[in-house]
Ligand binder design. Structure first.
Ligand SMILES: NC(=O)c1ccc[n+]([C@@H]2O[C@H](COP(=O)([O-])OP(=O)(O)OC[C@H]3O[C@@H](n4cnc5c(N)ncnc54)[C@H](O)[C@@H]3O)[C@@H](O)[C@H]2O)c1
Ligand SMILES: C[N+](C)(C)CCCC=O
Length: 506
């Protein structure tokens, strides 16, 4: 794999083939046990096969969890500062290899290279941030009567399982592993079967940085492998990023052995644009809220509510700029939108556009399969970014998560009305508001039922800031100091300095 990364500077779309083993436990890559049931992983930009993914079965999952447990016993006994040093080294290596990792991420995921570089930057920043926190983990001292006292210890949970989605493969692995490792846990990570290639790079980097063998492991597979992980008695916690239906299953399986759970699920977030906004920023914000990573972003603000008076000018600007987004080869510097993850997903997104038309929405631009001129890209999964007008709250495109580059725009008249409509959803991941009225901005933020509210921007999520959902978008948080709570447990130690009461008179 090191060789594969080193070959990245000269790699171009349609060239790379991955033949290395993609599982990793016990400190090294592991050959699939049977070498049967291969599932092809495709390069979204071309549609050609990138590698085979062999799903891990029970025996392999057991091995990975055992190896994680052995590493946890060593790692959790180290001082926070010692763990921090190793994590900082891992962050340094990621930073050093940032361009190559980003390129491989593009080849596997289809997003543009400019976005992938940001993802990798966020990844090493996450490790640096939690390395900083590792040395500060501490308990409390509580004075009790008669000189007695109690203290609390913040302890690791044990072996944590993480199951990732395909839209931010490397970044998700870092968002989950950094706080987990900082707290002294070990991790078994299962990437999405569509993006099997980059998590193992992170495993190798952790190893190179000096973590004990088995501390961060990668098992490949889909739902079956995920089920084995969630049902495993040796696992203390499951952190999941994915869809709401799968999240519900994860919770159900984890409940059987009372595993802790973090769920980072889907969304259908509202973006509210008031007539007093700075229009240029609002238009840019709407694009940021809908078209990053081909619209395959959980917190996207896909329900765009625009105050009626500015609707014509907003639509004119947003459509003009959406039409100008350059779609194509994701490894080219000028490309701003690459390919969707799979042919099946592309068809699903295009299906949402067709249904929106049937239900009365008007396509102002895009919403069609896009076939680039270059021959090697013809099998890729591209579409033109889409803006839908004439949308109403009861349409499927407004109610369901599309997870593609489709923006639904709706007019509103009053703040009270738009808040009611914005909150009328079972999701609650994110929200946004554009206005120059500072009081209104904070009032709207307070009243939106979502885990994040962006004021006068969208999709900004620095690692210092907690990220996670309300309602069926999940619970628990990633990033920020609070995430320590989700990867550690508190032990209370009560110390008697006097004699024990003779309460039973015997
Ligand atoms: N809130 C967030 O932070 C966040 C971030 C990214 C994506 N997402 C959400 O993820 C979804 C898209 O990702 P996806 O299509 O990969 O989601 P998905 O739910 O289909 O799959 C997610 C992961 O779960 C695994 N999985 C599937 N069935 C399983 C089962 N029964 N048991 C255990 N594991 C199982 C998959 O193999 C994959 O690794 C969208 O809904 C999106 O909003 C949320
Ligand atoms: C980095 N973003 C754009 C906030 C996305 C976070 C992960 C959601 O899919």
């Amino acid at each position: 794999m090191a060789q594969l990364l080193e070959s990245m500077p000269s790699a171009s779309t349609g060239q790379v083939v991955v033949t290395d083993h993609l599982n990793f436990w016990g400190g090294c890559r592991v050959k699939p046990k049977d070498g049967i049931n291969a599932e092809p992983v495709h390069e979204p930009a071309t549609g050609r096969k990138l590698c085979d993914m062999f799903p891990c079965g029970k025996e392999e999952v057991d091995q990975a969890i055992q190896s994680a447990h052995a590493a946890y016993l060593k790692w959790s006994k180290m001082a926070g500062m010692e763990r921090a040093r190793v994590m900082l080294e891992a962050a340094r290596i990621i930073r050093e290899r940032r361009d190559n990792i980003a390129k491989l991420e593009v080849i596997n995921n289809g997003k543009s290279i400019t976005e992938a570089r940001v993802d990798i930057d966020v990844s090493w920043q996450t490790l640096e941030y939690y390395a900083g926190i590792a040395g500060t983990l501490a308990g409390q001292h509580i004075q009790l009567p008669g000189g007695s006292f109690a203290y609390t210890r913040r302890e690791a949970l044990g072996v944590c399982v993480s199951i990732g989605a395909w839209n931010y493969p490397f970044q998700i692995a870092c968002w989950k592993s950094a706080p987990a490792l900082a707290c002294g846990n070990a991790m078994v990570f299962k990437p999405s079967p569509f993006t099997a290639v980059t998590a193992v790079i992170l495993a190798e980097i952790y190893k190179e940085a000096g973590v004990p063998d088995g501390l961060f492991n990668v098992v490949q597979g889909g739902a079956e492998t995920g089920t084995l992980l969630c049902n495993h008695p040796g696992v203390a916690k499951v952190s999941f990023t994915g869809s709401v239906p799968t999240g519900k299953k994860i919770m159900e399986m984890s409940a059987k052995t009372v595993k802790q759970v973090t769920l980072e699920l889907g969304g259908k977030s509202p973006l509210i644009i008031f007539k007093d906004c700075e229009l240029e920023n609002a238009v840019r914000g709407a694009l940021m809220a809908n078209f990053l990573t081909q619209g395959e972003v959980c917190c996207n603000g896909t329900r765009v509510y625009v105050q009626r008076e500015i609707m014509p000018v907003f639509l004119e600007e947003v459509v003009k700029r959406t039409k100008a987004i350059s779609v194509g080869d994701p490894l080219l510097e000028n490309t701003r939108m690459g390919a969707l993850i799979t042919r099946q997903h592309l068809d699903k997104v295009l299906g949402f556009v067709s249904q929106a038309k049937t239900e009365g929405a008007k396509v102002l631009c895009g919403g069609e399969a896009f076939i680039p001129i270059e021959p090697k890209l013809k099998g890729g999964y591209y579409m033109s970014p889409c803006v839908l007008d004439n949308c109403t709250d009861d349409m499927t495109c407004v109610k369901e998560e599309i997870f593609g580059p489709v923006m639904s725009v709706m007019p509103f008249d009053t703040e009270e009305e738009v808040l009611k409509r914005a909150n009328n959803t079972t999701f609650g991941l994110a929200s946004g508001v554009f206005t120059r009225d500072i009081s209104r901005a904070h009032r709207v933020a307070e009243n939106l039922q979502a885990g994040t509210c962006f004021i006068n921007n969208y999709n900004i999520s620095p690692v210092e800031v907690p990220f996670g959902g309300y309602k069926q978008s999940g619970f628990g948080r990633e990033n920020g100091q609070v995430t320590i709570e989700y990867y550690s447990q508190l032990k209370t130690v009560v110390v008697e300095m006097g004699d024990v009461d003779d309460y039973f008179n015997c």
